[in-house]
Design a protein around this ligand. Structure first.
Ligand SMILES: [Zn+2]
Length: 297
């Protein structure tokens, strides 16, 4: 890749890339030709061709390519910018239907492709400046000043990958599924924060606790343990919470999600629950109450 030297008079109608003739890149303003010499960076042209095909363009129009220092100053430049080195062009890209592609889209895609200098240069967001400077990067919005304004045009212009994919036709990468339920023919399973299937653990969702068994599926209508004791999940998979519940003909009380044991004062009354599985009793089951629900000792 190198900056090539052409002659406007000799090479003007020649193509310097698939879609660009030498005269389109010449240092010309209106009818005034500043120089027969036309400097054109082949790397810049190759990059613009990449941009052209990525956006599925029908054409593009170059408003300024190479500029002599005099020409550059005449259009408000400093006389030694990238245009004077043949390494920049200002242009407007048209989509496959012949409509102008917004400079916001072009800037984002140019950024993805690795252009060194990129800027919106028109109020209507139609023309962009593109360059392949030797060092550094430039991300400008020249209607807001000529300094770099951003390191990321997507963010700066509020453009999404989906907006860009309307032109590039490229699939939008989808975020991995996290913290969500998924159903298959075996039942419901849950993908955790790392996107992996949760196993043998509790999941808190929407204020309810659910238990995921060793098989990776939501448990229903069964006892489950956690570090502190017994819990029970109902038909909907939710842990039974803060209530009495009859299970297999026996009564239990759940404080939070935990089945209580031993002596317990509930709503001002005393109850006794089995403290272990013994003598045909199930741990946590209610043992004795009187007619008022009070314990009989
Ligand atoms: Zn420019």
């Amino acid at each position: 890749m190198a900056v090539k030297t052409y002659s406007y008079y000799k090479d003007g109608n020649k193509l310097c890339s698939v879609h660009t003739t030498v005269k389109e890149m010449a240092s010309k303003k209106g009818l005034k030709l500043y120089s027969d010499v036309v400097l054109i960076d082949t790397e810049l042209l190759a990059m613009v061709e990449k941009l052209f095909s990525k956006l599925h363009c029908s054409k593009y129009i170059i408003s300024s390519g190479y500029r002599t220092p005099e020409h550059d100053r005449a259009v408000g430049g400093n006389g030694y910018g990238q245009h004077t080195k043949g390494k920049a062009m200002d242009c407007c890209f048209y989509d496959k239907n012949g409509k102008v592609i917004s400079a916001k889209i072009v800037c984002c895609v140019a950024q993805d492709l690795g252009f060194k200098g990129i800027a919106n240069i028109s109020k209507k967001y139609q023309y962009v400046h593109l360059d392949m400077r030797d060092s550094g990067v430039y991300r400008g919005d020249e209607i807001k000043g000529t300094n770099s304004v951003t390191s990321d045009f997507y963010n700066y212009f509020g453009i999404s990958k989906a907006d860009v994919s309307k032109y590039t036709g490229e699939a939008v990468p989808t975020a991995p599924k996290v913290n969500c339920w998924v159903k298959d023919n075996k039942g419901w399973y849950y993908l955790g924060a790392d996107g992996n299937q949760v196993k043998n653990d509790w999941v808190l969702d929407g204020g309810y606790w659910y238990f995921i068994g060793q098989n990776g599926y939501m448990a229903t209508n069964c006892w489950c343990t956690d570090s502190q004791g017994w819990c029970y999940v109902g038909a909907d998979g939710r842990a039974v919470t803060n209530c009495w519940k009859q299970i297999d003909g026996r009564w239990y009380y759940f404080n939070g999600t935990m089945a209580v044991k031993g002596y317990q004062q509930i709503n001002g009354k005393l109850f006794y629950f089995a403290e272990a599985n013994c003598n045909g009793l199930k741990e946590c089951q209610l043992i004795i109450t009187n007619d008022n629900g009070e314990i009989k000792l």
